[in-house]
Write a protein that binds this ligand. Structure first.
Ligand code: ATP
Length: 277
């Protein structure tokens, strides 16, 4: 479905799902011009700075349509000086981090690998369109059903110019960031790959927080000194190497997402054949 301009009276806000750094998200109902109701998620931003973040998110999501990316249904624009609203498809099972914590006994390694592959496939698509996501983490992956996840939260996503984006000083997810993003505020497809490595670590740890017990400043120092996260004790064959490659200090030595996607396919196949043996 194409992204629509939606009138405010076509949207009913039902319950508050949560509030992130940049605004609030509600479960709501969208009534289309034929009177059909559809459950949706509605993002409402508050401050001026956040409005800019939301406009970025709407612009990026209008351009990016993919099976593993949350779908923008419409935008309700700021006609009477109220906050603009973003209408997105609703993810029944919420965010992946929480989902993994709650459903740990039911999510096996095969399913984790499959989630990783879905996110890598979304990244390959985003990067092919010259966008960077800049906030890849399990809290920003939504679970549509137990076998299907989608990358969401494109508020920090940016179009690249000459393969690079120099960030403004918004609030940034320090624990997920690459050394060059922390030091130079420099973002690229390679810095997304570093974040993807942290996100894979989070999945293997069933939603644990990276550098838990440390302050943001301590995590910042650890990353710059090369004191990185320990790969989990249980790591399927090939996955530790993949994570460590994502965390190469030299951005140009990190694999691109297409390569990661292919490696994950291989790891999934090897995992499945070892289960059969
Ligand atoms: P941040 O924006 O700081 O990264 P966040 O991801 O927690 O933080 P939001 O993206 O604003 O914050 O989301 C707030 C809550 O709404 C989260 O619990 C998220 O899972 C939920 N949510 C967001 N989008 C959807 C959606 N499309 N369907 C269902 N739940 C959603």
């Amino acid at each position: 479905m194409d992204c629509l301009e939606i009138e405010r009276d076509q949207v009913t806000l039902c319950i508050l799902l949560g509030a992130g750094q940049y605004g609030q998200v509600y479960k709501g109902i969208y009534t289309d011009c034929f009177g059909t109701n559809r459950i949706i998620a509605v993002k409402v931003e508050k401050t001026e700075e956040n409005k800019e973040v939301e406009c970025n998110e709407a612009d990026a999501l209008r351009m990016l349509r993919h099976d593993f990316i949350i779908n923008l249904i419409g935008v309700c624009n700021d006609r009477c000086n109220t906050s603009p609203m973003l209408m997105m498809e609703f993810a029944e099972y919420g965010e992946l981090g929480e989902y993994l914590q709650i459903n740990r006994p039911f999510v096996d390694t095969e399913m984790l690998l499959y989630y990783m592959w879905q996110v890598s496939s979304a990244l390959t698509y985003i990067h092919s369109k010259d966008y960077v996501h800049r906030d890849i983490a399990v809290r920003n992956i939504l679970v549509m059903n137990p076998r299907h996840v989608k990358l969401a939260d494109f508020g920090l996503a940016r179009k690249l110019e000459n393969n690079i984006y120099i960030g403004k000083y918004y609030k940034v997810p320090i624990r997920w960031m690459s050394p060059e993003s922390l030091k130079l505020n420099s973002f690229s497809t390679a810095s997304d790959i570093w974040m993807f490595g942290v996100c894979v670590w989070e999945m293997l740890m069933y939603g644990a927080k990276p550098y838990n017990g440390m302050s943001n400043n301590e995590a910042f120092d650890c990353i710059l000194r090369g004191n990185l996260l320990h790969t989990p004790e249980f790591c399927p064959e090939g996955l530790e190497e993949l994570i460590l490659n994502c965390w190469n200090y030299c951005p140009t030595r990190r694999p691109d997402s297409r390569k990661i996607e292919n490696q994950l396919c291989k790891i999934i196949n090897e995992h499945l054949s070892s289960e059969i043996d």
